[in-house]
Design a protein around this ligand. Structure first.
Ligand code: GSH
Length: 234
């Protein structure tokens, strides 16, 4: 059986690669999308970024790559064993990139699993809770008169901020001296909650000074400056 290549994925005929030898990123510069571009910039992996709007993400064409109809997704033509690998879910992509391209994980196996734990804290906690709070406070859900969903997600968001603040009180990065995929998963969500949802006050950012300083430290990294705007909005 022959190895899969980029051309075997129908998506490559729709979002055509100019550089088929490079990793293909299908994304939008949202909190989940920029995790991958920031990681690719940190690791120095050559990649080609295709802009997929959130509407396009739900289309049948895009669902041929990600049946869940969301960005980000990648196809790495140089995947394990030289075979093209398609992947979606930003947490899975971050783990893959760190392992395949050798970086953004601490050296010790124990600390590697601890990094994955904080990555999952974002994927299962901060992302969904902040996202739902944004929905009920700023987007379509703000018309809902019942205050309970808004209060519930705000309280959960504030609680998670407390957990993060305690972790960052005496650390430069989530994993101490090592800048990892845990930082890259979490900081775009704090940034989005502040600038996109205007939810800093509601989510207790004023009571989280260590988290705010850490976020600025993450944003100021050269890889973040590029990755946070990748792919550029049209
Ligand atoms: N758990 C997924 C979430 C991805 C996600 O929610 N992506 C949003 C953009 S940040 C999206 O594509 N939304 C389009 C839609 O829901 O229609 C991941 O981390 O990759």
């Amino acid at each position: 059986m022959s190895l899969k290549t980029l051309q075997d994925f129908p998506i490559s005929a729709l979002w055509k690669p100019a550089h088929p030898d490079r990793l293909q990123l299908y994304s939008f510069p949202s909190a989940n999308g920029v995790k991958v571009s920031v990681a690719l910039e940190e690791l120095g992996v050559p990649y080609e970024a295709h802009l997929v709007t959130l509407e396009q993400a739900g289309s049948p064409a895009f669902r041929s790559l990600n049946p869940n109809g969301k960005i980000p997704a990648i196809i790495d033509p140089n995947g394990p064993g030289g075979e093209a690998l398609a992947l979606w879910e930003s947490g899975a992509i971050l783990i893959y990139l760190a392992e395949q391209y050798g970086g953004l994980f601490p050296k010790s196996a124990v600390l590697k699993y601890e990094t994955v734990q904080w990555l999952m804290f974002q994927m299962g906690g901060i992302g969904p809770m902040f996202g739902q709070y944004g929905y009920f406070s700023k987007f379509a859900g703000k018309e809902v008169e019942d205050p309970r969903p808004r209060e519930h997600f705000r309280n959960q968001g504030r609680r998670l901020m407390g957990v993060l603040e305690a972790r960052l009180k005496d650390r430069q990065w989530i994993m101490g001296d090592d800048y990892t995929i845990a930082d890259i998963a979490i900081f775009p969500w704090i940034r989005s909650a502040q600038i996109r949802y205007g939810a800093g006050e509601a989510l207790g950012f004023e009571e989280a000074p260590y988290t705010m300083v850490w976020m600025e430290r993450c944003i100021a990294r050269p890889a973040s400056i590029i990755g946070l705007n990748m792919p550029p909005r049209r």
